[in-house]
Design a protein around this ligand. Structure first.
Ligand SMILES: NC(=O)c1ccc[n+]([C@@H]2O[C@H](COP(=O)([O-])OP(=O)(O)OC[C@H]3O[C@@H](n4cnc5c(N)ncnc54)[C@H](O)[C@@H]3O)[C@@H](O)[C@H]2O)c1
Length: 437
């Protein structure tokens, strides 16, 4: 049987999942509470920046297999398998995750379910959420236990979302019945030979948070080494290169710099700590507090380094900031280290102009108090200090001579250790980087 799929919550995760499932041949109906987003998606317009996703979306719409709606009634009537992809942001003023959107989605869908179906959570949630939602689903749905829950965490990376969805490293299925496992195996069958791990709910939920905790730890490890290198006048780039040849360590996620941000890693490690505390296992994760602190210290160190280059104060100083997105190939500015640094320098009296190839509109909306340039050259015109804060290829390829012609002083801090230091120094720039002499 070819199942009809629905995707509830069409943000970075949901749009990608819906479009890719349509590309795999399924009929898919996406739903969001944001009517504007739904109108844009039905018009073939991507409300986010994600390389390679727009053609997949368009092909899905053109084939007639992919549609979007705001109607839960339509979704309930349409779907055999409902994927829940709504947001789980950090609660205001707390470490814990706000799971109210996911509860809201289940509360909207469950009372409308009039036949057997599978509701599959993909959002990142605190362990224990699936068990609670499974009870809620059965309680609220007119068909009772015939509406079954499963948990299928998502590991896609923004910037590689289509590739990661169509060629995942692994698929994790948290299920309570053979039927649920069988349905999900059939859904993912078109992906071919992908390792599948079948588990209970709690393990499935934990795989996702554990993976994010590990990646965050690896990034903060090399950034902690950068702090020591700075103190010891050593070079973290060479250190990291030498470590990377050890295949027990590996070179990925081992690039020292301004640290991690975005809509996932920071809030996920905090939510993980909060949940471990509730479970009485907080000691096991106290190291994540340090991982978070190291990460946030990089932003403060960046501001200090910029102030040092500015001569000890930002007053009367123009700072050109290259990058607003939390990482290249994304327009996502959630908890962006680049914008965090730009805002902090603004608060300390600097005149900051930011440029980003894709994330400018989002940055403008979130931080109207900053100035924005229309190009890298525009943003650094007249700058006393230039900061490279997001590793866009366009910035890596900048010509130090051309940029040198428009700035007030040739001073740059490479927050991502991605420039050729020698090339910039030979062009007369005072080049500094995190973790390097
Ligand atoms: N972005 C990623 O790279 C990524 C990767 C893996 C996992 N995740 C997880 O996936 C989840 C979604 O992340 P995202 O980045 O796509 O978030 P997002 O904020 O981009 O999208 C969430 C969407 O859910 C919608 N929504 C909220 N409440 C709703 C409701 N009751 N019914 C229907 N729609 C509703 C919002 O309008 C929004 O469009 C989070 O738990 C996140 O941690 C994200």
């Amino acid at each position: 049987m070819r199942y009809r799929l629905t995707v509830i919550g069409t943000g970075y995760l949901g749009i990608t999942h819906a479009a890719c499932m349509a590309a795999m041949g399924f009929e898919v109906l996406g739903l969001d509470v944001d009517a504007d987003k739904i109108a844009r998606l039905n018009a073939g317009e991507l409300p986010i920046h994600e390389p390679g996703l727009e053609p997949v979306l368009r092909r899905g719409l053109d084939s007639g297999r992919l549609r979007f709606t705001t109607s839960y009634e339509e979704v309930a009537a349409f779907g055999d398998v409902h994927f829940v992809c709504v947001g789980t942001p950090q609660k205001r003023g707390e470490y814990a995750a706000d799971v109210s959107y996911i509860d809201g989605a289940v509360e909207s869908l469950a009372p409308l379910l009039d036949r057997a179906c599978l509701v599959v959570g993909k959002s990142t949630v605190p362990v224990g959420t699936a068990e609670r939602l499974a009870d809620k689903l059965v309680r609220l749905s007119p068909v009772g236990a015939a509406a079954e829950l499963a948990w299928n965490p998502e590991f896609l990376r923004e910037g590689f979302a289509v590739q990661d969805t169509l060629h995942p490293d692994r698929i994790v299925l948290g299920v309570r019945s053979e039927r649920a496992e069988k349905v999900l195996r059939e859904v993912y069958e078109p992906l071919g030979d992908v390792p599948i791990v079948v588990s209970d709910f709690a393990t499935a939920e934990l795989v996702k948070t554990a993976a994010n905790a590990f990646l965050a730890t690896k990034i903060s490890f090399i950034n902690a080494m950068a702090e020591v290198c700075e103190a010891a006048h050593a070079d973290v780039q060479l250190l990291s290169k030498a470590l990377s040849y050890d295949d027990r360590i590996g070179g990925r996620y081992l690039n020292a710099g301004l640290g991690f941000g975005g809509g996932c890693l920071p809030k996920d490690i905090r939510a993980f700590m909060a949940r471990a505390g509730e479970l009485g296992a907080d000691q096991a994760l106290t190291f994540l507090r340090e991982v978070d602190a190291i990460n946030m210290r990089r932003r403060a160190r960046m501001v200090d380094l910029a102030r040092e280059l500015a001569g000890g104060s930002f007053h009367g100083c123009t700072v050109g900031v290259l990058g607003a997105a939390f990482k290249p190939d994304s327009d996502d500015i959630r908890d962006s280290p680049a914008l965090g640094v730009a805002v902090a320098i603004g608060h300390q009296g600097g005149r900051v102009t930011v440029y980003d190839p894709i994330a400018l509109d989002n940055a403008r909306k979130a931080h109207p108090e900053l100035s924005y340039g229309e190009s890298a050259v525009d943003a650094v015109r007249g700058a006393h200090v230039v900061l490279l804060l997001t590793e866009w290829q366009e910035f890596v390829e900048l010509d130090p001579e051309q940029l040198g012609g428009v700035v007030a002083a040739r001073r740059i801090v490479d927050g991502r250790n991605c420039l050729d230091a020698e090339a910039w120094r030979s062009a007369g720039w005072h080049y500094r980087a995190l973790g390097r002499p």
